[in-house]
Design a protein around this ligand. Structure first.
Ligand code: VGL
Ligand code: ZN
Length: 201
């Protein structure tokens, strides 16, 4: 079984949003077209409380995009984004959402960030996404969404570590930092991941 994981296709990561990924909206028609090629479509949703410690606004004297430490781990401080219940946290209205069987929320613990759809950044807690996929006999996982150098990358990495055959659809993602995505792709390939184009599906 082949699953498509739609990572954080939320208003705040799209142009006009609080943490807009350049050209993020360009993936939406591609993602809409390819959904019927998969046995299962699952989405993730970044879903932070307002007091989340990844927000620069919750650290006196710090600016967005500064790097600090959280629980002994490097942490980029972000502009407030994907706050629970706000329109910025909603999946895009332009995204075809009717095939999405389940939505896994992440980033609810104010003390720790959660880029991956599988685990928080400290791997302290699981979202149960892996169990869900295993329960559906999924062997191959294809990733699309935002941002390529953060949540798509970390989700793909965890998919590999969880034993799924893992594919990143590179034209169905956009990144905060393009060079960061180049590094991410190399790392994923090194781990056994495969980078594909939507026209290869
Ligand atoms: C993301 C930064 C902070 C992402 C989420 O979806 O890639 N990036 N929170
Ligand atoms: Zn976030």
């Amino acid at each position: 079984m082949k699953a498509l994981l739609l990572i954080d296709i939320q208003n705040d990561f799209l142009p006009g949003g609080k943490l807009a990924v350049p050209e993020g909206d360009q993936i939406i028609p591609i993602v809409n077209q390819m959904q019927d090629k998969f046995d299962l479509v699952v989405a993730t949703q970044d879903w932070h409380p307002a007091n989340h410690q990844s927000f620069a606004s919750n650290h006196i004297g710090k600016q967005a995009f500064e790097v600090t430490e959280l629980l002994g781990m490097e942490q980029v401080l972000w502009p407030d984004h994907c706050v629970q219940g706000t329109s910025g946290a909603e999946l895009s209205e332009d995204l075809n959402r009717h095939s999405i069987e389940a939505i896994f929320r992440k980033g609810m613990d104010p003390a720790i960030d959660s880029y991956s759809g599988f685990f928080d950044n400290g791997r302290l807690r699981s979202t149960a996404l892996a169990d869900f996929l295993l329960g559906k006999q999924v062997k191959e996982v294809y990733l699309a969404g935002l941002a390529g150098d953060y949540c798509v990358y970390f989700s793909a990495k965890d998919a590999l570590l969880e034993g799924f055959q893992t594919f990143v659809i590179e034209d169905a993602t956009r990144s905060i930092d393009v060079l960061g995505f180049e590094r991410a792709k190399k790392d994923l390939q090194h781990m056994g991941g495969v980078i594909v184009h939507s026209n290869m599906l």
